[in-house]
Design a protein around this ligand. Sequence first.
Ligand code: ATP
Ligand code: MG
Length: 298
Amino acid sequence: MKKKDLIKRAAKLSRPFRISDGNEFRLKHIDPGYTLGIKSEDKPKAKEALKWGIEVLAEMQDKLYAQDRYALLLIFQAMDAAGKDSAIKHVMSGINPQGCQVFSFKAPSNEELDHDFMWRCIKRLPERGRIGIFNRSYYEETLVVRVHNEILNKQKLPEKLVTKYIWDERFQDIRNIEKYLNRNGIILRKFFLHVSKDEQKKRFLERIDNPDKNWKFSSSDINERGYWNDYMKAYEDMIRNTATKNSPWYVVPADNKWFTRLVVAAAIIDSLASLDLKYPKVGEEKLKELAEAKHSLL
Ligand code: ATP
Ligand code: MG
Protein backbone atom coordinates (compact mmCIF):
# COMPACT_ATOMS: atom_id res chain seq x y z
CA MET A 1 0.00 0.00 0.00
CA LYS A 2 1.22 3.50 -0.81
CA LYS A 3 2.07 5.71 2.13
CA LYS A 4 -0.47 8.31 1.06
CA ASP A 5 -3.26 5.71 1.02
CA LEU A 6 -2.22 4.35 4.38
CA ILE A 7 -2.41 7.82 5.89
CA LYS A 8 -5.90 8.25 4.44
CA ARG A 9 -6.96 4.92 5.91
CA ALA A 10 -5.51 5.87 9.27
CA ALA A 11 -7.71 8.97 9.29
CA LYS A 12 -10.79 6.95 8.38
CA LEU A 13 -10.08 4.33 11.01
CA SER A 14 -9.32 6.66 13.92
CA ARG A 15 -11.57 9.68 13.48
CA PRO A 16 -14.82 7.97 14.47
CA PHE A 17 -13.29 7.59 17.93
CA ARG A 18 -11.91 11.11 18.27
CA ILE A 19 -13.71 13.46 20.64
CA SER A 20 -12.75 17.08 19.93
CA ASP A 21 -15.67 18.66 21.70
CA GLY A 22 -16.82 17.08 24.92
CA ASN A 23 -20.25 18.72 25.05
CA GLU A 24 -22.11 15.99 23.24
CA PHE A 25 -20.09 13.11 24.61
CA ARG A 26 -21.78 10.18 26.33
CA LEU A 27 -19.77 7.10 27.24
CA LYS A 28 -22.76 4.82 26.75
CA HIS A 29 -22.73 5.65 23.03
CA ILE A 30 -19.47 3.75 22.66
CA ASP A 31 -19.57 -0.03 22.67
CA PRO A 32 -16.31 -1.56 23.99
CA GLY A 33 -16.78 -4.48 21.57
CA TYR A 34 -17.22 -2.32 18.47
CA THR A 35 -14.79 -3.01 15.62
CA LEU A 36 -16.11 -0.74 12.82
CA GLY A 37 -17.53 -3.85 11.17
CA ILE A 38 -14.11 -5.52 10.85
CA LYS A 39 -14.73 -9.19 11.67
CA SER A 40 -12.47 -11.30 13.82
CA GLU A 41 -11.78 -13.53 10.76
CA ASP A 42 -10.04 -10.48 9.34
CA LYS A 43 -7.68 -10.30 12.28
CA PRO A 44 -4.67 -11.43 10.21
CA LYS A 45 -5.36 -8.58 7.77
CA ALA A 46 -5.67 -6.13 10.64
CA LYS A 47 -2.35 -7.37 12.01
CA GLU A 48 -0.72 -6.85 8.64
CA ALA A 49 -2.18 -3.34 8.42
CA LEU A 50 -0.73 -2.63 11.86
CA LYS A 51 2.68 -3.77 10.62
CA TRP A 52 2.55 -1.34 7.70
CA GLY A 53 1.30 1.37 10.03
CA ILE A 54 4.22 0.85 12.37
CA GLU A 55 6.67 1.19 9.47
CA VAL A 56 5.10 4.48 8.43
CA LEU A 57 5.08 5.63 12.04
CA ALA A 58 8.80 4.94 12.35
CA GLU A 59 9.45 7.02 9.26
CA MET A 60 7.35 9.90 10.59
CA GLN A 61 9.08 9.76 13.94
CA ASP A 62 12.45 9.99 12.21
CA LYS A 63 11.34 13.26 10.61
CA LEU A 64 9.87 14.54 13.88
CA TYR A 65 13.26 13.94 15.47
CA ALA A 66 15.30 15.49 12.65
CA GLN A 67 13.06 18.54 12.45
CA ASP A 68 13.28 19.05 16.23
CA ARG A 69 10.34 21.45 16.49
CA TYR A 70 7.33 19.53 17.77
CA ALA A 71 6.96 16.99 20.56
CA LEU A 72 4.10 14.50 20.69
CA LEU A 73 2.64 13.57 24.07
CA LEU A 74 0.43 10.48 24.15
CA ILE A 75 -1.61 9.95 27.30
CA PHE A 76 -3.11 6.56 28.12
CA GLN A 77 -5.87 6.12 30.67
CA ALA A 78 -7.97 3.04 31.33
CA MET A 79 -9.39 0.64 33.86
CA ASP A 80 -7.06 -2.22 34.85
CA ALA A 81 -6.45 -4.88 32.19
CA ALA A 82 -7.80 -2.69 29.39
CA GLY A 83 -4.55 -3.21 27.50
CA LYS A 84 -2.62 0.05 28.00
CA ASP A 85 0.70 -1.70 28.36
CA SER A 86 0.25 -3.97 25.38
CA ALA A 87 -1.05 -1.15 23.15
CA ILE A 88 2.03 0.91 24.03
CA LYS A 89 4.33 -2.07 23.47
CA HIS A 90 2.90 -3.00 20.06
CA VAL A 91 2.35 0.43 18.59
CA MET A 92 5.77 1.72 19.58
CA SER A 93 7.61 -1.47 18.61
CA GLY A 94 9.11 -0.11 15.39
CA ILE A 95 10.19 3.21 16.82
CA ASN A 96 13.74 4.30 17.46
CA PRO A 97 14.09 4.06 21.27
CA GLN A 98 16.11 7.30 21.29
CA GLY A 99 13.09 9.21 20.10
CA CYS A 100 10.60 7.84 22.56
CA GLN A 101 10.15 8.26 26.33
CA VAL A 102 7.63 6.25 28.38
CA PHE A 103 6.64 7.09 31.96
CA SER A 104 4.18 5.31 34.26
CA PHE A 105 2.48 7.27 37.00
CA LYS A 106 1.51 5.33 40.11
CA ALA A 107 0.21 6.57 43.46
CA PRO A 108 2.31 9.65 44.32
CA SER A 109 5.33 9.41 46.64
CA ASN A 110 5.82 11.59 49.72
CA GLU A 111 8.08 13.90 47.75
CA GLU A 112 5.46 14.21 45.01
CA LEU A 113 2.74 14.98 47.56
CA ASP A 114 4.82 17.95 48.68
CA HIS A 115 4.17 19.56 45.28
CA ASP A 116 1.24 20.59 43.13
CA PHE A 117 -0.26 17.69 41.19
CA MET A 118 1.23 18.66 37.83
CA TRP A 119 4.79 18.80 39.11
CA ARG A 120 5.73 15.19 38.53
CA CYS A 121 4.19 15.18 35.05
CA ILE A 122 5.76 18.47 33.95
CA LYS A 123 9.16 16.96 34.77
CA ARG A 124 8.42 14.12 32.36
CA LEU A 125 7.23 16.11 29.34
CA PRO A 126 8.85 15.00 26.08
CA GLU A 127 11.68 17.03 24.57
CA ARG A 128 11.21 18.53 21.13
CA GLY A 129 11.52 15.92 18.42
CA ARG A 130 10.41 13.12 20.78
CA ILE A 131 7.32 11.09 21.41
CA GLY A 132 6.45 11.00 25.11
CA ILE A 133 4.09 8.43 26.52
CA PHE A 134 2.29 8.81 29.83
CA ASN A 135 0.97 5.48 31.11
CA ARG A 136 -1.62 7.12 33.41
CA SER A 137 -1.14 10.80 34.05
CA TYR A 138 -2.39 13.94 35.80
CA TYR A 139 -5.86 12.79 34.73
CA GLU A 140 -5.78 10.37 37.68
CA GLU A 141 -6.37 13.51 39.73
CA THR A 142 -9.91 13.55 38.37
CA LEU A 143 -10.39 9.77 38.38
CA VAL A 144 -8.99 7.69 41.25
CA VAL A 145 -8.83 10.77 43.47
CA ARG A 146 -12.45 11.60 42.69
CA VAL A 147 -13.68 8.03 43.17
CA HIS A 148 -11.77 7.74 46.47
CA ASN A 149 -12.23 11.06 48.15
CA GLU A 150 -9.98 10.07 51.05
CA ILE A 151 -6.99 10.39 48.68
CA LEU A 152 -7.80 14.07 48.32
CA ASN A 153 -7.46 14.49 52.08
CA LYS A 154 -3.90 13.17 51.89
CA GLN A 155 -2.89 15.74 49.28
CA LYS A 156 -1.98 18.37 51.88
CA LEU A 157 -4.03 21.07 50.21
CA PRO A 158 -5.02 24.10 52.28
CA GLU A 159 -8.47 23.30 53.63
CA LYS A 160 -10.21 26.32 52.14
CA LEU A 161 -9.13 25.27 48.64
CA VAL A 162 -10.97 21.97 48.87
CA THR A 163 -14.53 22.81 47.92
CA LYS A 164 -17.26 21.21 45.83
CA TYR A 165 -15.81 23.07 42.85
CA ILE A 166 -12.48 21.26 43.01
CA TRP A 167 -13.15 18.93 40.05
CA ASP A 168 -14.29 21.74 37.79
CA GLU A 169 -11.26 23.72 38.86
CA ARG A 170 -8.99 20.78 38.03
CA PHE A 171 -10.58 20.43 34.59
CA GLN A 172 -10.07 24.12 33.99
CA ASP A 173 -6.43 23.95 35.09
CA ILE A 174 -5.81 20.94 32.87
CA ARG A 175 -7.39 22.65 29.85
CA ASN A 176 -5.22 25.70 30.46
CA ILE A 177 -2.03 23.71 30.84
CA GLU A 178 -2.75 21.71 27.71
CA LYS A 179 -3.35 24.92 25.78
CA TYR A 180 -0.04 26.25 27.05
CA LEU A 181 1.71 23.05 25.92
CA ASN A 182 0.08 23.28 22.47
CA ARG A 183 1.33 26.85 22.13
CA ASN A 184 4.82 25.54 22.81
CA GLY A 185 4.70 22.97 20.03
CA ILE A 186 3.70 20.00 22.17
CA ILE A 187 0.98 18.04 20.41
CA LEU A 188 -1.30 16.13 22.76
CA ARG A 189 -3.38 13.05 22.05
CA LYS A 190 -5.25 11.33 24.85
CA PHE A 191 -6.50 7.75 24.77
CA PHE A 192 -9.15 6.18 26.94
CA LEU A 193 -9.10 2.44 26.29
CA HIS A 194 -12.71 1.53 26.94
CA VAL A 195 -13.00 -2.09 28.12
CA SER A 196 -16.26 -3.68 29.31
CA LYS A 197 -16.73 -5.02 32.81
CA ASP A 198 -17.25 -8.55 31.43
CA GLU A 199 -14.08 -8.47 29.38
CA GLN A 200 -12.13 -7.20 32.39
CA LYS A 201 -13.41 -10.18 34.40
CA LYS A 202 -12.21 -12.55 31.64
CA ARG A 203 -8.77 -10.96 31.62
CA PHE A 204 -8.48 -11.05 35.42
CA LEU A 205 -9.39 -14.76 35.42
CA GLU A 206 -6.73 -15.36 32.78
CA ARG A 207 -4.17 -13.58 34.95
CA ILE A 208 -5.13 -15.84 37.86
CA ASP A 209 -5.20 -19.07 35.84
CA ASN A 210 -2.12 -18.56 33.70
CA PRO A 211 1.10 -18.82 35.79
CA ASP A 212 2.95 -16.59 33.30
CA LYS A 213 0.41 -13.86 33.94
CA ASN A 214 0.13 -14.23 37.73
CA TRP A 215 2.57 -11.37 38.32
CA LYS A 216 0.18 -8.99 36.59
CA PHE A 217 -2.62 -9.65 39.03
CA SER A 218 -3.13 -7.59 42.12
CA SER A 219 -6.05 -8.02 44.51
CA SER A 220 -6.44 -4.23 44.67
CA ASP A 221 -7.59 -4.50 41.04
CA ILE A 222 -10.65 -6.44 42.28
CA ASN A 223 -11.30 -3.72 44.82
CA GLU A 224 -11.27 -1.01 42.12
CA ARG A 225 -13.60 -3.11 40.00
CA GLY A 226 -16.16 -2.68 42.77
CA TYR A 227 -16.24 1.04 41.95
CA TRP A 228 -16.88 0.46 38.24
CA ASN A 229 -19.87 2.77 37.87
CA ASP A 230 -18.19 5.59 39.79
CA TYR A 231 -15.17 5.27 37.51
CA MET A 232 -17.32 5.33 34.38
CA LYS A 233 -19.01 8.51 35.59
CA ALA A 234 -15.64 10.08 36.37
CA TYR A 235 -14.25 9.10 32.94
CA GLU A 236 -17.28 10.50 31.17
CA ASP A 237 -17.12 13.78 33.05
CA MET A 238 -13.38 14.03 32.47
CA ILE A 239 -13.76 13.56 28.71
CA ARG A 240 -16.71 15.96 28.52
CA ASN A 241 -14.61 18.61 30.23
CA THR A 242 -11.20 18.13 28.65
CA ALA A 243 -11.78 17.04 25.04
CA THR A 244 -10.77 19.98 22.86
CA LYS A 245 -9.99 20.48 19.21
CA ASN A 246 -6.25 20.74 19.84
CA SER A 247 -6.05 18.12 22.57
CA PRO A 248 -8.71 15.55 21.71
CA TRP A 249 -9.54 12.33 23.52
CA TYR A 250 -9.80 9.09 21.60
CA VAL A 251 -12.27 6.72 23.22
CA VAL A 252 -11.05 3.41 21.84
CA PRO A 253 -13.15 0.22 22.12
CA ALA A 254 -10.88 -2.14 24.05
CA ASP A 255 -12.60 -5.54 24.22
CA ASN A 256 -10.57 -6.69 21.19
CA LYS A 257 -6.90 -5.99 21.63
CA TRP A 258 -6.09 -6.24 17.91
CA PHE A 259 -8.65 -3.52 17.20
CA THR A 260 -7.43 -1.27 20.04
CA ARG A 261 -3.88 -1.36 18.69
CA LEU A 262 -5.03 -0.65 15.17
CA VAL A 263 -7.01 2.43 16.23
CA VAL A 264 -4.24 3.76 18.47
CA ALA A 265 -1.63 3.39 15.70
CA ALA A 266 -3.99 4.99 13.20
CA ALA A 267 -4.66 7.93 15.52
CA ILE A 268 -0.95 8.58 15.99
CA ILE A 269 -0.31 8.38 12.23
CA ASP A 270 -3.23 10.74 11.56
CA SER A 271 -1.90 13.19 14.15
CA LEU A 272 1.67 13.18 12.85
CA ALA A 273 0.39 13.50 9.27
CA SER A 274 -1.30 16.76 10.25
CA LEU A 275 2.06 18.32 11.13
CA ASP A 276 4.34 19.70 8.44
CA LEU A 277 7.04 17.15 9.14
CA LYS A 278 10.07 17.25 6.87
CA TYR A 279 13.79 16.73 7.06
CA PRO A 280 15.57 20.06 7.55
CA LYS A 281 17.02 21.48 4.32
CA VAL A 282 20.62 22.62 4.65
CA GLY A 283 21.78 26.02 3.39
CA GLU A 284 24.41 27.07 0.81
CA GLU A 285 27.18 27.12 3.41
CA LYS A 286 26.49 23.57 4.54
CA LEU A 287 26.24 22.30 0.93
CA LYS A 288 29.69 23.75 0.27
CA GLU A 289 31.00 22.06 3.40
CA LEU A 290 29.53 18.72 2.23
CA ALA A 291 31.10 19.10 -1.22
CA GLU A 292 34.47 19.82 0.34
CA ALA A 293 34.19 16.87 2.70
CA LYS A 294 33.33 14.58 -0.20
CA HIS A 295 36.28 15.89 -2.17
CA SER A 296 38.69 15.23 0.65
CA LEU A 297 37.26 11.75 1.28
CA LEU A 298 37.64 10.78 -2.37
P1 ATP B 1 -0.78 -2.60 35.71
O1 ATP B 1 -1.72 -2.87 36.83
O2 ATP B 1 -1.33 -2.99 34.39
O3 ATP B 1 0.60 -3.09 35.93
P2 ATP B 1 -1.18 0.12 36.40
O4 ATP B 1 -1.04 1.36 35.60
O5 ATP B 1 -2.55 -0.23 36.87
O6 ATP B 1 -0.58 -1.03 35.58
P3 ATP B 1 -0.35 -0.06 39.17
O7 ATP B 1 0.96 -0.51 39.69
O8 ATP B 1 -1.55 -0.86 39.42
O9 ATP B 1 -0.17 0.23 37.61
O10 ATP B 1 -0.48 1.41 39.81
C1 ATP B 1 -1.23 2.38 39.34
C2 ATP B 1 -2.12 2.84 40.45
O11 ATP B 1 -1.72 4.13 40.88
C3 ATP B 1 -3.53 2.94 39.93
O12 ATP B 1 -4.42 2.31 40.78
C4 ATP B 1 -3.77 4.42 39.90
O13 ATP B 1 -5.10 4.75 40.13
C5 ATP B 1 -2.85 4.94 41.00
N1 ATP B 1 -2.53 6.36 40.79
C6 ATP B 1 -2.00 6.93 39.73
N2 ATP B 1 -1.93 8.27 39.88
C7 ATP B 1 -2.46 8.54 41.08
C8 ATP B 1 -2.68 9.73 41.83
N3 ATP B 1 -2.36 10.92 41.34
N4 ATP B 1 -3.21 9.61 43.05
C9 ATP B 1 -3.54 8.41 43.54
N5 ATP B 1 -3.36 7.26 42.91
C10 ATP B 1 -2.81 7.31 41.70
MG1 MG C 1 -2.97 -1.85 38.13
